[in-house]
Design a protein around this ligand. Sequence first.
Ligand code: SAH
Ligand code: SF4
Ligand code: F3S
Length: 444
Amino acid sequence: MQFDFLVSNMENIYIETYGCQMNFADSEVIAAILTKAGYGVCESVEDADFILINTCAIRDNAEQRVRHRVRELKALQSRRHNLRVGVLGCMAERLQSRLMAEEENVSFVCGPDAYRRLPEMLAQVRRGQKTAEVDLSTTETYADIEPVRLAGNGISAYISIMRGCQNYCAYCVVPYTRGRERSRDPETIVHEARTLFEQGYREVTLLGQNVNSYSSSCDFPELIRQVAEIDSQLRVRFATSHPKDLSDKLLEVMSAHDNICRCIHLPVQSGSNRMLKLMNRKYTVEWYLDRVGTIRRYMPDCSITTDVIAGFSTETHDDHEATLELFRKVRYDYAYMFKYSLREGTYAWKHLADDIPEEEKTRRLNEIISLQGEIALENNKKEVGKEYEVLVEGESHRSKEQLFGRNSQNKVLVFDRGDAVPGTYRTVRVKNVTAATLIGTLVQ
Ligand code: SAH
Ligand code: SF4
Ligand code: F3S
């Protein structure tokens, strides 16, 4: 065998990541593959020989940001002729070699299932050839690759448990950029979590586009039970749950394990049954509210968060009002709120008009944002006086005298540092709140 793609004189890669948590997890797999091939990972573009941009395609503005960044890098490349730029991830998969034609300073394009080929690709690029690898796989899970933790805090880490999605929500590009759903062996997942715990990590987040459809030699409730039982000092989180698949069995396992965090991200997308049907979400508002009720029956202190889209095809004022009404009923602790963005290749692109004017989408989105802001503040006001076990993560951004951490519900608590140390659990009493943060004091 000939390893002509192994690097002898250390060359450096710099990875820049956009998009969801899964992309951040992928960047750690990419770093592992390339360090094994002899590359160094550097922390500044100035030291890099290769800049790898791991991209997102979920909304048009995500792609525009990347294009802007790629063009910005031209200036640096004109000063450093050996600096090469590659585009990876979902936008690479969506646009394939078109991207190299449109952005002439991009020398390689690599889709999410082709990262094992990066060492060869970089070698090719070094020889002056442009290259694209965008084949999707039905089996690749990178299960055997131990991720190199990038810019982490050494306290919490992501673990990718599955890849792909085949739910085909009408608006969504992910099934096209990430391919078929496939699950990673539970043994490799539990091993990775245990190793992290032994290295001092105290929180892992199990990641998939729809973790409730995890299916390997066990199902998701069984997998999370095994991870939770590694040690009671290891917190376990997960994302994302599709409402159609959130089972009572999972809620039972959660309620039996205090270290599985009391926080469920349950993207609703719309509060109107007509919209949900058009979106191909496969549940109704009634089903969704039943799931919310069941979560709260099992775990009254569980926080619930969501994603929502304003201005999907044909959305009427009544549909929009129904979304606001649902927000008032559920009273989310946090929401990611988006304007609908038409994505090429999706069902909606082929069959449904993008017919809500931009100003109207903005108006509806702003209405949801302001309602959610009020709700989050009201929810947080009820936290005053309560005590929470907080996993201390680090210094607060505002002041060196303060630390921050999260409670099980994933709310951020800020407090005077006292004798608290990052990576340990401390009890904090809430004194004051904003819509986004709880401000408290250490309980000795
Ligand atoms: N797998 C997750 C979501 C992944 S994408 C799930 O199904 O819940 C994250 C969020 O982006 C989605 O929940 C949705 O709210 C939003 N989103 C996806 N496609 C979009 C589009 N075309 N326009 C606007 N928002 C979109
Ligand atoms: Fe997209 Fe739907 Fe899959 Fe989530 S479940 S990634 S919204 S297709
Ligand atoms: Fe974006 Fe791909 Fe994640 S499109 S949201 S990076 S799966």
